[in-house]
Design a protein around this ligand. Sequence first.
Ligand code: GBH
Length: 456
Amino acid sequence: MIFPENFVWGAATASYQIEGAVKEDGRGQSIWDTFSHAPGNVADGDTGDVACDHYHRYRDDVALMRELGLAAYRFSVAWPRIQPDGRGPANPRGLAFYDRLVDELLEAGISPYLTLYHWDLPQALEDRGGWANRDTAHRFAEYAAVVHDRLGDRVQNWATLNEPWVAAFLGYGNGVHAPGRKDPASAMRSAHHLLLGHGLAAARLREAGAASIMLVVNSSPVLTPAQVNDHEAVPDEADAAAVDRVHALLTRQFLDPALHGRYPEEVLAAAGRNGGTGHILDGDLEAINAPIDLIGINYYNPCVVEAGPGLPADAAWPGSEDIRFAPADAPVTAMGWPIVPDGLSRLLVRLSKDYPDVGLMVTENGAAFDDVVEDGRVHDADRVSFLRGHLREVGRAIEAGADLRGYLVWSLLDNFEWAEGYRRRFGIVHVDYATQARVLKDSALWYRDVIAANRL
Ligand code: GBH
């Protein structure tokens, strides 16, 4: 399988998951500092205080990327490094870190893909209501302009939000992520304010001359249990309706407003039964519909559902109380997530048809396994086979006509896996947290060869 000539190969990370140095150079507190330090929220009581110490080791990490031949590196900027209180003048020492990182990348011939928000909201904004407060959308647009002002001369590729579904529904819905709120109405409001922040920021970035603007979503094909292993399986009417509704809540909730300027009916109905739709003001959908260039897709597994008795009301899925989330008949990763590579091509082909005016990029794909270091090597055959399987499906989606521009593996490094802490390892590079030593896993060496050959 040969990939297109300009296909972009890379890897991704996020600020709170790798940087550490949480008190350095004037960084303010984020909701993840607060959340991870409160007992019971993160496995083993882990926090991002040190993480991969990337803040101090970014030069070595860029050298690793260069060794792998990456064309692109997707990282996120920690908002509280730039505006410690979420508003007001920029903190020059915070900006200076990303300035150095970008220069280091460019010198290594690696294109920076900058994500403005990967979940580390300044705590000061959460104290004023966080994403459930409309004002946060305006603060986000200002922050975007501040970062662009400093880095826009060198960074071409901008993403506004990472996975607004997760930020809203795990942060404010089931409380598994920071800020740990459990209120479906706040989650619905937060989803809208995240979208508004995206649209306002995209307009500011465009005005400032950003070459490429992207919204990154976590998306999954929604399938019935029978459809997981049988493409021809035809669900009955009730199951088909469950599938459509979950697709609307997971993916269309974000991409329809951003790209078509309207909410799906299913989302308005869910909001109607969870706090109402009063937070959606005249003009919001036009603002959210600001032109963008790419959709970033983070794919890990399909979403498997059927009609049936539903979830408790505090869960992450307001609007799907009468739907059952079912296991898939497939092997699983160390996260317990089913491994269904062709879910990726099914998803990409569908999104390319539903949103034909923008390009697509796989901005995250990867897996956690229980890696072991033996004689200084990590023989992660399971990860190699996961990546190979998914890349084959990337190739198939391109053959089927999807306008897919690139693929970024999650993640460059083992890192702070949110509520799972450090026990779950997604890296293609192993990190020994006691010494901060990095070891290229077999998957990294394999990926290097795929990139060099541009074929599978
Ligand atoms: C991504 O999110 C993140 O962007 C990244 O930071 C993270 O490290 C990486 O993936 C690995 O986790 O059916 O309610 O249980 C993960 C996306 C979406 C995957 C929600 C798990 C569970 C939804 N996640 N999904 S639910």
